[in-house]
Design a binder for this molecule. Sequence first.
Ligand SMILES: Cc1cc2nc3c(=O)[nH]c(=O)nc-3n(C[C@H](O)[C@H](O)[C@H](O)COP(=O)(O)OP(=O)(O)OC[C@H]3O[C@@H](n4cnc5c(N)ncnc54)[C@H](O)[C@@H]3O)c2cc1C
Length: 356
Amino acid sequence: MRVAVVGLGAVGSAALRFLAQQGHEAVGYEQFERGHTRGSSHGESRIYRLTYADPHYTRMMREAFRLWQALQAEAGEPLIAPCGVLWLGDADDPELRAIAAALQSEQVAFEWLTGAELTARFPAIRLELHERALFQPEGGFLRASACVRANLRLAQAHGATLCEQTRVAHIDPQPGGVWLETDSGARERFDRVLLTAGAWLPKLLPRLNLPLTVTRQTYAYFALRAGAEPAFAPERMPVWIEATRHFYGFPSDGRQAGVKVAWHRLGAVQDPDAPVRPVDDDDLAPLRECLARRLPDALPDALATATCLYTNAPDERFLLQPMPNEPRVWLVSACSGHGFKFSILNAWRAVQGLIA
Ligand SMILES: Cc1cc2nc3c(=O)[nH]c(=O)nc-3n(C[C@H](O)[C@H](O)[C@H](O)COP(=O)(O)OP(=O)(O)OC[C@H]3O[C@@H](n4cnc5c(N)ncnc54)[C@H](O)[C@@H]3O)c2cc1C
């Protein structure tokens, strides 16, 4: 079958690889160059974890993880950094309790740590007096940009065609096929089309009034005190997340200088085609406050900063469905700020639905 994938971020790159692997004539369209930094999937790291208050996501993660492992094996490069995940919060924090209950119901092993136990084991991180930590070892981070690059490289190796710097402007389903029209006016016929345009999905399908809001998000890498680096290595430091407040951070594996910290809360609404305001002191101030309470050996100097887009669906869910009255066209939006870890599974499911 001749199948087009529109948008080659985390979801589209994985879908293109699956389609090409299955022997379809797969063509991927990307409006920018591969690995660009204007969407949602660029950067060194994205958290993956089983620790959700809703066990539905724990089960999804188990399935997704097998697909990430298969990608890593086929790519022959380290894409998964299994450093474990720590949740930090008040001893009676409702989110922590809900996560613990969900893990128990799914028979996922985890540990509670006191402040002293945490410092002995993971010396870079601090708990406040009234807090405790939940540690779950089957999590860590995915090397985000490398995952996208690997999927695209392997898709091409399986025979897929990549059209970079090519924006799809219009989708035109006709009885004899689905036609795609690009910005330059070129028209191509396909048997099936998968729309994985991330933050641009509402613009691509204006008449559907998709319940998606795009927001500007930021993160930063902070310098470390001289000599503190070993305590921040992935072997000594898991990914960490603050329950309820939702600041989070990563270990430092030397690929990018400093330690990455971010805040999972909705930023300002953003038109994905408009310039994104660069990271400024208003963005950095809350991250620095978090550093002060969590990582005493991290310094307030930001070595690098980045912006990124969330495409938010109601209740932080994902979109994975055929277009209304058009089963030859499927759309996937995998974001809501936690969609990278599931992107490969959503791509797999979308390909199954599309080709069925
Ligand atoms: C700061 C930040 C932190 C995050 N942290 C995590 C995390 O720790 N764990 C986690 O699981 N998830 C996380 N996420 C979410 C995750 O990164 C996203 O869910 C995921 O990357 C979305 O991928 P996507 O393929 O849907 O979108 P994108 O990667 O944006 O891909 C869409 C692509 O479509 C292209 N495109 C759009 N329109 C067209 C068109 N008309 N023609 C051609 N091409 C087009 C775009 O250029 C883009 O490349 C985070 C997101 C952000 C922004």
